[in-house]
Design a protein. Sequence first.
Length: 337
Amino acid sequence: MPSAYLETVLTLGLQHPHLSPADTWRTLFDKNASESTGSVEPPSYSRYFTPSKLPAHQEMLRILREEPADTVTIVAIGPLTNVALAASEDPETFLRVKELVVMGGAVEVPGNCSPCAEFNCMADSVAAARVFALTSPVPSSTMPPSMHGKSVLPPYPPKLSRQLKLTLFPLDITTPHELRKKFFNEMIQPLKASGSPLAQWTDTFMSGTFNKIDEMLGDGSEPGLSLHDPLCIWYMLTRDDPAWKAVPKLEDIRIETCGQWTRGMHIVDRRLRAKPGEKDSTVQTHPADPMDAVTLDEVPGDTMGWLSVRKGNRINRMVASPGQDEFAGILLKRVFA
């Protein structure tokens, strides 16, 4: 519920100015601030935080160029705009990424921004479609249609050296992982009583969020905050845990970019129809001559390639975690050490 976060953030600084960042931090993000304060050096408050003045997509590409291939994982917890820009500017460098973890979409459940779309994907459905297309052996088969003027970025090269590994965390798995108001209050009160500034800030922020959720729901039930983004980070910290479960077979999930009512929707083929190419071992995943496989893989009337074994996306969708009910406690213990 993005509005619940936004309203709380806007009021937090006004109600509790002592919890706001010091002015010295402004120089990291506002060049005008450095001119007014005369400060040109970033503060040395944390050795773990190195600010960058580069646009986000160029910073991604810089890191991917400097590090060995398959050693950098990107976790995207917002719209995929910057990820799509990086992939468009230098596809081969971008494909050096080990894995792209995406929080977004709704596959078997309703959306949270429209009846069928999740916020991150709906906010920039074209970017999502372009990024998802890199998981396909034939990216052009699922790219946003240029005839509708939706995509202003150029097409990918006809041949790319590899496919993107994309692990998707849609609302299907993230929504059930909740932090409930009662449980949060029980955990936070002793920390507030001990004088923890972090606990005070967190309590102020979360109380406003819970109140807004309660107002939006209006049914008197206990408010719960779905831990959409933290779940992706938990996966990165514990990805070797065998309790993490993905779909048994990579899924052809495509993004609707042109629908009047369905923009951002995650489309899957629910028809029980066989793919003829799967029975023919001569159809390869990475054929030397793509046209040979296309000929063998054609199905009459299948104009969008849903029955093709080469066309379509290849998405690794997560369906289970090490503990839906335990995660809220694990998260709070991590935050407050």
